[in-house]
Design a binder for this molecule. Structure first.
Ligand code: ITT
Length: 194
């Protein structure tokens, strides 16, 4: 099945292809000639996920899905949350975002470093809108570890691993990740309803 993934994030696209497997061929907006930045102006992951899916659907008229993900850190009152991509700068500067996250957490010594990734996927299918959510609980490391993955992976230690960060896991992130969970729910839904 061919599906459009309304993302410009190559890390997400790679993971989604792995999670959904051989039965799916994923196209990204650039494959359809959509090269501008897709607007993301909502206050919640749900709103942004819907906005991105709708934007691409309205441009190409084809079934598609979008993923909006946030890293919610308890000691920071849930920040960076919906602002995770633009936490430190206006661009998508992973390194600056991690530097800021570690610096902000440094201002809360002794507080738990608990956090979660939450991923909201919106699918537009035959004109209907369907939402799938996945999350993974963990904590923020005191320094970067590992080069696998992307974004905040080098500082996120999921509870379900042995203390490694996602950045240190060569294979297996998708089995327990926020994105693995939400996209497997999407695939189940498509199997039953597609
Ligand atoms: P699109 O909107 O084009 O899909 P984006 O990178 O803007 O891409 P988000 O707003 O959902 O996507 O991402 C929020 C931030 O969280 C961004 O900096 C991502 O790199 C980061 N992020 C998302 N998923 C992640 C994951 O699985 N591991 C680590 N960081 C992640």
């Amino acid at each position: 099945m061919e599906l459009i993934f309304a993302t410009s994030n190559k890390g997400k696209l790679r993971e989604a292809s792995e999670i959904l497997g051989e039965g799916y061929r994923l196209l990204c907006p650039a494959d359809l000639g959509i090269t501008e930045e897709i607007p993301e102006t909502g206050d919640t992951l749900e709103a942004n996920s819907l906005q991105k899916a709708r934007y691409v659907f309205e441009k190409c008229g084809r079934d598609c899905f979008a993923d909006d993900t946030g890293l919610e850190v308890d000691a920071l009152g849930g920040a960076p949350g919906v602002h995770s991509a633009r936490y430190a700068t206006d661009g998508h500067d992973f390194e600056a975002n991690i530097d800021k996250l570690l610096a902000e957490l440094g201002k809360h010594p002794g507080e738990p470093r608990t956090a979660r990734f939450r991923c909201v996927v919106t699918l537009i299918h035959k004109g209907g809108t369907h939402t799938f959510e996945g999350k993974v609980e963990g904590r923020i490391a005191t320094e970067r570890r590992g080069n696998e993955g992307f974004g905040y992976d080098s500082v996120f230690i999921p509870d379900e691993l042995d203390g490694s960060t996602f950045g240190e896991v060569h294979e297996g992130k998708n089995l327990i990740s926020h994105r693995g969970r939400s996209l497997r729910a999407l695939a189940r839904w498509l199997k039953e309803n597609g």
